[in-house]
Design a protein around this ligand. Structure first.
Ligand code: TMP
Length: 207
């Protein structure tokens, strides 16, 4: 069986972590080797880059710097985790990947899509997710979930405005519209068993 590269996307509070656990449990049940990882992060150095981009420091990060840091972390992650795991035949389940850069830095911050696509081609030309599960829900619902959890300690993204997340959400939905074969848009406001049932059918089709 060919290893698959599955990515999970969505705005904050959409339920990616819960879904990630469900996907891993699905794979384990079928004795399919699976590896859960995340971006930005997934290697020791990439996790340090994650801290840099998420912390609310005094120095402003420009949208281009933010984009470059995301791709620097991604390059490390691909070299040390994603490509080796896929080569060993493991299914890689990645909590966010380049679609997050397209949605957050591209649609949210207004970074030129040509820059993003040329960095994507340089860092992982020839490698794209086999399947992207986009958890979609209204921004106010997602933000209420996250801000309840963060209790005043929100990171640089969680502290963003509703208008920013509306652009991110619209960006994701546009990406899904352009690549309907790869993207599956899942209603994250639906009951958990409905979400999991839908995802189970998608995974069955990937096997
Ligand atoms: P997480 O909270 O889902 O782990 O993601 C961390 C934050 O990083 C989240 O707010 C989205 C943001 N992000 C980007 O802005 N661009 C990217 O390319 C990635 C991978 C994440």
């Amino acid at each position: 069986m060919t290893a698959r590269f599955i990515t999970l996307e969505g705005i904050e509070g959409a339920g990616k972590s819960t879904l990630a656990k469900f996907v891993l449990a699905y794979l384990a049940q079928r004795q399919i080797p699976g590896r859960l990882t995340r971006e930005p992060g997934g290697t020791p150095l990439a996790e340090r880059i994650r801290q840099l981009v998420l912390e609310r420091g005094a120095e402003r990060l420009s949208p281009v710097t933010e984009t470059l840091l995301m791709f620097a972390a991604r390059d490390l992650h691909l070299e040390h985790v994603i490509r080796p795991a896929l080569a060993r035949g493991e299914w890689v389940v990645c909590d966010r990947f380049t679609d997050a850069t397209r949605a957050y830095q591209g649609s949210g911050r207004g970074v030129d899509s040509d820059l993003i696509e040329s960095l994507a081609a340089a860092v992982h030309g020839g490698l794209a997710p086999d399947c992207t599960l986009l958890l979609d829900l209204p921004v106010n619902v997602g933000l209420a979930r996250v801000r309840g959890r963060a209790a005043g300690n929100s990171d640089r993204f969680e502290a963003e405005t509703q208008a920013f997340f509306e652009k991110v959400r619209a960006g994701y939905l546009e990406l899904a519209r352009r690549e309907p074969g790869r993207f599956h848009v899942i209603d994250a406001a639906a009951p958990l068993d409905a979400v999991e049932g839908r995802v189970e059918r998608i995974l069955e089709d990937l096997e």
